[in-house]
Design a protein around this ligand. Sequence first.
Ligand SMILES: Nc1ncnc2c1ncn2[C@@H]1O[C@H](COP(=O)(O)OP(=O)(O)OP(=O)(O)O)[C@@H](O)[C@H]1O
Ligand SMILES: [Mg+2]
Length: 349
Amino acid sequence: MGLKVALTYNLKRKTGNTGLPDDYYSEFDSKETIEAIASGLRSGGNEVFLVEADKGLLNWFQDNKVDIVFNIAEGLNGESRESQVPAILDFLGIPYTGSGVLALSVSLNKTLTKKLFEGAGIPTPRYRLITDPAVISDDGLRYPLIAKPNSEGSGKGITMASVVRNKTELIREVERTARVYQQDTLVEEFIDGKELTVGILGNYPAAAMPILEIDFSNCKASGEFFYTWKVKEFEKEVEESRGLTPNWHCPARLSAAEAKTVKEAALKAFRAIGCVDLSRVDIMLGKDGVPYVLEVNPLPGLDPVDSNFPYIAKCAGLNYPDLMKRILEVAVERHNKNKKMALQERSLR
Ligand SMILES: Nc1ncnc2c1ncn2[C@@H]1O[C@H](COP(=O)(O)OP(=O)(O)OP(=O)(O)O)[C@@H](O)[C@H]1O
Ligand SMILES: [Mg+2]
């Protein structure tokens, strides 16, 4: 496409002996991922600038002109951190790939997301938000429940102990969330069923790629029977005998009718949150046939080796470099359509 593209990211670091939780940097990206994205974009004839989304970001964009930003930055601090880079770019009038400030803020808050799902008639597990560890209500909820930090991703805070069978265990998990993650706890009914995730790409219209099923039946050695942080972190790094490598089935082992219902729910969720360009929607297909939508990830992991989204794209026939170019292309199309982007003429060809 011949564009000048800034790739904005936050770099994953090792927690080492810092006293930070092991999962502290999990949402950030490795050098390998950043390089893989840059190389994919360069293969389309684009010039790519790597820009770490730290305190120097604003200055960088004041000193350098680009056509568009390829944004994977998760942000640094606070409850709407994923919106920080898009907010700065909106402020400066620079276009970027992926969802905007509002969708990124809402989707980082699992409870707000679920309220929008309810408003749009999208099934989601029954829940309570616990804002005060001294006032814990499980009224009207059926155990087992799962307790999760309300504003995290990448499996942060999600362990086998997050699934609780009684109020004593629930109190323990709520206290842990408050202590380790300094935030509210979302408590949901734990859905026993098939774990699915749906990659969505494009805009006019947004399209669901083949559904990915994550099957934990070969994880007995570790005892991890759902997508905990440990599985997410190690699934492609340790030998299978450790039981942290679930089977991925893409397309998922579903009937045509089930696949249709799941894709419809995913697309509805994408629209309810106001996502654009790309997202990954996590769904538990209950034994009752209901696709319970857990959350929407507008900044899905793009690790070329172990992220779900590039794997799904590969199953849809898009290799990694082509996926990167496609994400850029759909964002450019959208900005052009919205007439918010004054691309130079050469870049339109
Ligand atoms: N209500 C639920 N019922 C059954 N399993 C659940 C439920 N909520 C979460 N899980 C399990 O925990 C995993 C992580 O939950 P969730 O997707 O909410 O967290 P996350 O940290 O935002 O994930 P991501 O890495 O996708 O950002 C799910 O993929 C699923 O395996
Ligand atoms: Mg998830």
